[in-house]
Design a protein around this ligand. Sequence first.
Ligand code: GLN
Ligand code: ZN
Length: 767
Amino acid sequence: MATLHNLGFPRIGARRELKRALESYWAGLISADELERVGRELRARHWAVQAQAGMDWVPVGDFAWYDHVLEWSATLGAVPARFGQPGDEPVALDTVFRMARGRAPAGAPAAACEMTKWFDTNYHYLVPELHPGQRFRVARTALFDQVREAHALGHAVKPVIPGPLTWLWLGKGEAYAGAGDAAKLALLPALLPVYEEVLGRLAAEGVQWVQIDEPILVLDLPASWRNAFAGVYGRLARMSAPILLATYFGGLGDNLPAALDLPVAGLHVDLVRAPEQLEAVAAGLRPGQVLSAGVIDGRNVWRADLDAWLARLSPVATSLGERLWLAPSCSLLHVPVDLDEEDALDDELKGWLSFAHQKLDELALLRKALGPGGAAESPVAEALARQRRALEARARSRRIHDPRVWEAVAASRELSLRRPPFGERIALQRARLRLPSFPTTTIGSFPQTPEIRGLRRAWRDGSLSDAAYEKALRQAIADCIAFQERIGLDVLVHGEFERNDMVEYFGELMAGFAFTRNGWVQSYGSRCVKPPILYGDVSRPAPMTVGWTTYAQSLTDKPVKAMLTGPVTLLQWSFVRDDQPRSETCRQLALALREEVLDLEAAGIRIIQIDEPAFREGLPLRRSQWPGYLRWAVDCFRLAAAGVRDDTQIHTHMCYSEFNDIIEAIAEMDADVITIETSRSNMELLAAFEDYRYPNDIGPGVYDIHSPNVPDVEWMVGLMRKARARLPPERLWVNPDCGLKTRGWPETEAALSKMVEAAHRLRGEAA
Ligand code: GLN
Ligand code: ZN
């Protein structure tokens, strides 16, 4: 019989209990004891769920108050000096929170630790801070306490910790260039004794397995990093209970021989992302070594094809017996907690879906089916048949397949080219738009005040009529247009007051999307997102933004720029179907948006912005797969944009990631104007745009909208001078880094007035 285990369970709670408790604690509304109590209850509940589902080992260490990487950094004593952690005292929970939220001990601001995306997920971790000569020590005991807690509840426990190489890889520091910098490996001699101490203490607690996560083994690793594994694990294996080395989010690829060489007791591989590695891994195991097969998708919400896994795994199960472990592909952190909490979804759709609870049940069923006589035994056979019927129903469902969408996609192959080159188009656009030099604009959203949110809520729950809602929103748009005219902006926007979220808004107006009520997934700290579920062929039954945009345009002679969320971003921020390639789904999204673009143009809108903030996040983890992704992602953007007349101007917007290494792809998107985040990096990004001679118009963001501070005119002019030194002035726009929806009106007014003043200053200098 195969063994069952889980790599990690969502910690936030089915009703976001952890979020509530954290925010109450930060607000001073509950005590530390109360917070600890909520954490304990959640852990106990989650272990019980996993044990009841049949897991032979439950994970401990997957719980974290804010982030598991941060928790681990604190455990290793890696607390930056500005958080005032004295030499050998334990690191307190409040210190952990200060690292995440940016306060020095006395409550004064101290830069929070940097936060960034966890591999290719939408989860964010806090970046470990490293420096040469750094000392480490076991500085928190939460892990050991939780092991004891789980033991006391009678569970068979498998602690889960980030591996030393992955932890170092993710770390940053002034002395180091970044992820692959081999200089960080010099910290290993200081770090490994602390790992040894942790593993020794866990063994002393009586644990029989330890899971050490080394997801960097699915990346392109420099030889120095790959070669470091043998020494590290040779050393750790001596001190420790048997080690299960966990890899996920991709295949081991060229790191497979190195992984198979390690003296660890077991290896977990992601067979959802990289099914092809099963046989090679199985064949490479040493006698006695465990293979943990990640077969249930920890990154998506669909039921698994258990029949297919049964066929695939049977030979391995026969040869490995208990040494075959079955697991989700990765931690279940990335999926919602429990489908049974959903009352908003209809039964048909629910029949296709699987959240964390359901995924564990699927795993248990698969084990039974693989067991002696398994699949033939009646309750198992019935459960398998039920799963099979659900999958077949999904495959056949008319809700998924729309032949009109396929026809449109088939006919779309030639539609992604805008004929005349940028040089010709921009001349026509300038003649039509008659903008001053250094034109000013914003990224789209204006402050989402409590009143605006209240309006939307009241309309949604039916207490505000359609007519009253429409009237109130029109008033907000009119105020926003008047505001922008008063400030003196050149290209106006309607303000996006109707949008709760830039993906959800469009998803709700397109066929093919469904929305959960409780499908929350942790994004960072107490923040959760509720990604839409893109389950079927996508189409646009009716215009989505034309009404609001044309109303705004009717109020002013200045051009109003329409705002759309781009196809790649809609794809990237949803749970998308797994029954066709992502590229196909993206084309469908692009075609639906293309219709919207054309309707906007037909209604007289002269500028249309298609936001792609998630464009870079879609990049595959392995560089060899970048060109394939970039090809279809660029093509989809162009498909959405390219139907317009030459004198209609297409903008795009990207923010908060590094664009230097994909600058050529960005240029191939061929937007007439790109507004892009640069202020925080002090226009560093422009170096790339200059080296590559970015050909189209560009609006490098001149102030950071994440801060309430009002930017200084001189500072913004200085940034734009830097831009002007590198790019032709007639191709430059002046705008903030991103949308203003999180800001208040007074600071927005102050900041934009200064920005307009900066533009005037620049025009004066040019004249
Ligand atoms: N148009 C969107 C806004 O202004 C863009 C948001 C984003 O880049 N994430 O809010
Ligand atoms: Zn942005």
